[in-house]
Write a protein that binds this ligand. Structure first.
Ligand code: CO
Length: 134
């Protein structure tokens, strides 16, 4: 079921400052910021060749990463995203094994235009897991 690592997402309080560190200190190519109002974040992508890093900054009121940044004011790793061939089959299998799928279990369209689901961090070693349709 589990496919390749798609991205690691890092929540940051200041997207411009975090982008500058990746670009200037680490020498990475950083995409232009993309506002995703339906997800409450603005995101940039950094392609590391075998996967991506996404830097997430809160957008608007009630951003899903706002409370994370209150607990981690300088930012931190927010979630990890794996690809799956069939997201609905993956969801059903996870539910059968007792894992908690967040929300009502209906995939939303994620930052890459593909269906995504999130899994409860307490079921996955304290890490929020995103599944993305490959
Ligand atoms: Co993600």
């Amino acid at each position: 079921m589990l496919g390749r690592l798609n991205h690691v997402a890092i929540a940051v309080p200041d997207l411009a400052a975090a982008s500058a560190i990746y670009r200037d200190t680490l020498g990475a190519t950083v995409s232009a910021p993309l506002a995703l109002p339906e997800h409450g974040v603005t995101v940039v992508f950094i392609d590391t060749g075998n996967a991506k890093i996404e830097l997430l900054e809160p957008l608007g009121e009630g951003s899903p990463i706002a409370s994370f940044l209150e607990k981690n004011p300088s930012g931190g790793m927010h979630h990890i995203c794996y690809e799956v061939d069939d997201i609905l089959a993956a969801r059903d299998r996870l539910r059968e094994t007792g894992a908690r799928v967040l929300g009502d279990g209906t995939p939303k369209v994620g930052a890459h235009g593909k269906p995504v689901l999130f899994l409860h961090p307490k079921d996955f070693s304290g890490t929020l897991v995103e599944l993305e349709q490959a």
